[in-house]
Design a protein around this ligand. Sequence first.
Ligand code: PEP
Ligand code: MG
Length: 905
Amino acid sequence: MDSITNTKRKVYRFGHRQTDGDRTMRNLLGGKGANLAEMSRLGIPVPPGLTITTEVCTEYNAIGKEATVELIAEEVREAIKQIEAEMDTVFGEDKNPLLLSVRSGARVSMPGMMDTVLNLGLNDVSVLGVAKKTNNERFAWDSYRRFVQMYGSVVMGMKPENKEDEDPFEEQIHQTKEARGISLDTEFTVEDLKNLVVDFKKLIKERTGQDFPTDPWEQLWGAIMAVFDSWNGDRAVYYRKINGYPPDWGTAVNVQAMVFGNMGENSATGVCFTRDAATGANQFNGEYLINAQGEDVVAGVRTPQQITLEGSKHWAELAKLSEKERAAKYPSLQEVMPKLYQELFRYQNQLEIHYRDMQDMEFTIQDGKLWILQTRNGKRTGAAMVKIAVDLLKEGMIDEKEALLQILPEKLDELLHPVFDPRALKRAKVIAQGLPASPGAATGQIVFFADEANKFKNSILVRTETSPEDLEGMDLAKGILTARGGMTSHAAVVARGMGKCCVSGAGALKINYKKRTMTVDGHEYHEGDWISLNGTTGNIIDGKVATMEPLLSGEFAEIMTLADKYATMKVRANADTPKDAKTARNFGAQGIGLARTEHMFFEGNRIMTMREMILADTIKGRKLALEALLPMQRNDFEGLFEALHGHPVTIRLLDPPLHEFVPHQLATQKELAEDLHISLAAVKNKVAELHEFNPMLGHRGCRLGITYPEITEMQTRAIIEAALNVKEKGIEVKPEIMVPLVGTLEEFESQEEVIKQTAETVFQEYGDRVDYLIGTMIEVPRAALMADAIAQRADFFSFGTNDLTQMTFGYSRDDAGKFMSYYLEKGILKADPFEVLDQEGVGQLVALGAKKGRSTKPDLKVGICGEHGGEPSSVEFCHDNGLDYVSCSPFRVPIARVAAAQAAL
Ligand code: PEP
Ligand code: MG
């Protein structure tokens, strides 16, 4: 046993000799570190290395560089000794140096979000040792110039000075190529590479004032600290923000022996997936390059080749290459190195079975030996996620519960995204073809810079290639198009993760950033021009193409059936119109949890009748207008009841402040005055009268129905008449009338009385009855506190967590945008409470309200209908607090169904 085994480790080793960690230690070792340890345990050939824990990252933020080095130095040195022993090299030695890679690795994969340094340990002396040892001077100097370049960027902060400028090192490379009249990196002579190293170092000194470090240990500490720094870099912070990952997770650092895919024609490097990450098909696939380093494959500088013969043939078809050309120029790994391909195939199979999920792997072949550099559960599209879960279930690799738990509910959204309307597509002019990097359809106006993606409402980000800096713009854009890069390029991987349509590697595009143009086949496109992308076929289309809703796959239905089998909570939809109600039913909603009746008044010329009602000075006038509204509402309610076919329909009485319905602009005020045959002054007076300082806290909700009971009367009549009419057709109806914004029992009772009286009147008129419920929203904090009293009368509760959040935080729903992003950036709030339920605070009121309500009425039906009803973590909270249902927008119903099932599991 060595000296560090007994203490709390900060550094974990992996390799053939000694592996300290395993796959269960993701939080401590990061996903990459945990998997490297696990693969070592499985006997898969992994270059040996060490992982510095995520806890050290957190500590680093508190204690700084020097103290951190001191904290881990001894453990790192011991671990390096083991790597040296295994690789038969020595770190910092001149003749036989151990070279290292230094990479980040958080507990969740954040592709391209943090920095990597390769070939660490090289300097002017050891480069000669490597040259001699490998008998490959070119390789040694190429590795060295790559190291100086990466270290310069990542650790020493070398960046382009303006966004139009190239990376300073790349610029130097271009200049050298131009001067030498060559175009490919592979054409550099040893002399060129030596000169580049000198030029790079000079550049670094000029720009940073610092010398490039020659001592390998100094290099190592610098790189480790840079990885820790990158955890708080802009890219990582933004990625965390959009994914809701907390800053205190930290990243681990993996230091690993280098293996080289660029040692000559007998070496290669690549990325592979055990299944198709775009469609989910059970096909091993991937890309590789001979004589290259890993970065070359993902950065998209050279066009990668396909691993399998089948994939290669398919790719050639898309690229319109003849079989002869394909086999000569782009042969598959299966053809070029059949034995190693077989070995790789075995490992991918072993790893998928072991992890019981689709794997995304990186490998390198160094001089005829295969090394696996990493494996992780592969990122995939929503469609692939559903297909893979169902396939693994059918293959017997996982059970039903595991299949459900493999679904990321939010990702189902992608399956519900638009596709091109096939009719519009028939007329579409395809101008070029790229790789189908991330499926879906996008139509928009061209922008060339990520930070300008919000220039147009719908923009398509067009780049030669994307880099992690472009993340925010990629998120904002409707689609992404790149001229370079393969299916595993940054653009492709990130777009797939985002569920965003992306076409990559469209070689026919010539992009000129300075002129802001893209040229295809002689035609010049400018910023602002419309183009469309088909991420499923790789087609790039001229102009705007109409999109339409997607068709859902059989596997999607299977997952939904499974979800309903395990969920104990029901999922309803917020739907205001018969059309929404039908969509909701198609997505499997088991009822309507909220029909906002005011939304029905915005359609067509209904708003005029509504305004007439609002502007009426007398009860008589108001009643007349209400009479005109009655048939419209009844009609809509009939549509809702019919669409829901016996499932409950909760209809809420009028809620918003009335001034929302009156015109505030002079022109529309004039129009209204003319229509109603009253004076403009009268309209203006009424608008002024309706003005409130805090409309959200003003004359709205049940306060309207209480002061104008004729509104409640009309709405109740419309609901009950609609229910009786639909019942008459032989369709079962379950109406639930909901009173909004109640804060006291008396408010509820006052409305209950009007509703009951009106319903009785209608029953008598019809000579028929229906069962119906009268319940209330719990959306004022007082209602939650007084829930036991309110439950004496209410048949059901529905938590209106939008208003409840607004009133509990005291944040105006309409104005919170002004400070919310600041709050999120500064970490004052972890998430926007209007999006993700604040379980700690607002959640207490939900839990208390449900508990108190049921203390009075044990079988009280309780649900939620705020926006949180479709947000997975909030759904789980509702499940844990015994709610009977969640209600959310129709498109989120599938998400909520899976989230409800997962909560139950
Ligand atoms: C709520 O307040 O949560 C709610 C559902 O009602 P609205 O959003 O219409 O105010
Ligand atoms: Mg509300």
